[in-house]
Ligand binder design. Structure first.
Ligand code: NDP
Ligand code: MN
Length: 385
């Protein structure tokens, strides 16, 4: 059976090594004064910030630099950025960095275009219409934020991660240049890479999955299976970096359409409370969620096993489906992701607070198998080790 679906992918994707040097021309096509959003250290140190400013200048585009983005960025940082973009009357927003940077850029563009503060746009479809164009340049292969309709921000006053969710915040252009990703340490590569895999698995098994999101998700799983280990352990391997860049963008397309599931629902809460690395957090939770979920769609979990290179010939469908969990547990070990949440700072005793927050996360409601607070607590405690 083919179910009905709407597919939206408004981003022009510019993919390939060295393509960052096209950013001046691209920006000139959409604006006159750029607001350049980036993190505090990496992009500057590696010379990419300067390069972007030079490319822009050579096309007559002035840029205002906002290099204050922290991992798990706060609402406050995004509001500060929006204020600065308004004061300088920028008309194109450029994000140079990881998911944190791209998400702030989406919030900045929204508030610059309309009014109020970022808080006014948290939730589903609160953005009234088109926003200033965003050019997203990912420097990690993980979030896929360059093609998604999500912007995740932390309300530090209440330790809660929340998001803007709207088709209008999807970037206009994504420059996916694997050269920017080579500098990721093995640790950052594994953390961000497992995020991409978690997106792909959760989108593939989502109740909202459709024919197109399945194609993107399945291919992302296959590519991660081939390239993530190599990207982690052979840092300079450009084929692996390119494979992961493609995988993360594909996985982003898949979640943009199909959403994520309980690993992200729980991961949002853990990240909000303990400020843990997003990818490591969701990746580490994933196998525990799969153990709970796999019975809800044996065929798809069995397919995941095959996509990750597991041999399932001669196995029952149930055993084949279980192989997907085995594959992902092995993967996590191979790329040195810690094996439980306690190792990254989460506290088992906080299960009640975590479950209370997690049950309100949209991703939790999108999980293939329904969860009550009892199951969420059980998965969390198990993942804490
Ligand atoms: P971050 O953007 O948080 O970056 C993590 C760290 O990596 C930063 O300290 C940054 O340095 C450093 N860094 C980035 N790129 C490089 C590089 N090329 N070389 C060396 N260091 C680098 O990480 P993620 O990309 O994993 O983004 C995670 C965020 O994205 C979370 O907030 C998560 O919730 C969100 N997210 C959003 C999604 C969406 O659809 N919008 C989907 C999934 C997750 P520096 O600080 O110097 O910049
Ligand atoms: Mn994620």
């Amino acid at each position: 059976m083919f179910k009905q679906f709407d597919w939206i992918m408004p981003t022009k994707i510019i993919f390939g090594e060295g393509r960052l040097n096209e950013i001046g021309k691209i920006a000139a096509g959409v604006g006159n004064k750029a607001f350049l959003v980036t993190g505090k250290t990496a992009m500057k140190k590696l010379g990419f910030t300067q390069r972007v400013q030079d490319y822009l200048r050579s096309e007559g585009i002035d840029s205002i630099l906002f290099d204050q983005i922290e991992p798990n960025p706060s609402l406050e940082t995004a509001n500060r950025g929006a204020q600065l973009a308004k004061e300088n009357d920028c008309d194109v927003i450029i994000a140079l960095g990881g998911g944190s940077t791209m998400d702030v850029a989406k919030a900045v563009s929204t508030v610059k275009t309309y009014r109020g503060s970022v808080e006014d746009y948290l939730g589903n479809d609160k953005v009234p219409g088109l926003i200033l164009p965003i050019i997203a340049v990912p420097s990690t292969a993980g979030t896929g934020s360059e093609v998604t309709r999500y912007a995740v921000l932390t309300n530090t006053a209440i330790n809660r991660k929340d998001s803007l969710r709207s088709e209008f915040i999807i970037p206009k252009v994504a420059i996916v240049d694997p050269e920017l990703m080579v500098s990721q340490s093995p640790r950052l590569t594994s953390s961000t890479g497992i995020d991409a895999l978690t997106h792909a698995v959760e989108a593939y098994t989502s109740p909202q999955a459709d024919s197109f999101s399945d194609i993107a998700a399945a291919e992302a799983i296959r590519l991660v299976g081939i390239y993530l280990r190599r990207a982690v352990w052979e840092e300079e391997n450009m084929e692996a970096r390119s494979g992961m860049a493609l995988a993360s963008t594909l996985a982003g397309m898949a979640i943009c359409q199909a959403g994520t599931g309980a690993a992200h629902g729980l991961g949002m809460s853990v990240g909000g409370f303990f400020n843990t690395e997003h990818g490591t957090t969701v990746g580490l939770i994933l196998p525990y969620v799969m153990e709970y979920n796999f019975v809800a769609n044996l065929e798809k979990y069995a397919k995941i096993a095959t996509l990750l290179g597991e041999k399932v010939d001669g196995l029952s469908l149930r055993k084949a489906a279980l192989k997907s969990i085995e594959a992902i547990v092995g993967f996590i070990q191979d790329i040195d992701i810690p094996s439980n949440l306690s190792q990254i700072g989460a506290k088992k005793e906080m299960a009640d607070e975590i479950a209370k927050d997690a049950i309100t996360q949209g991703a939790m409601r999108n999980n293939i198998r329904r969860l009550t607070s009892k199951e969420i607590k059980a998965i969390y405690k198990k993942a804490c080790g």
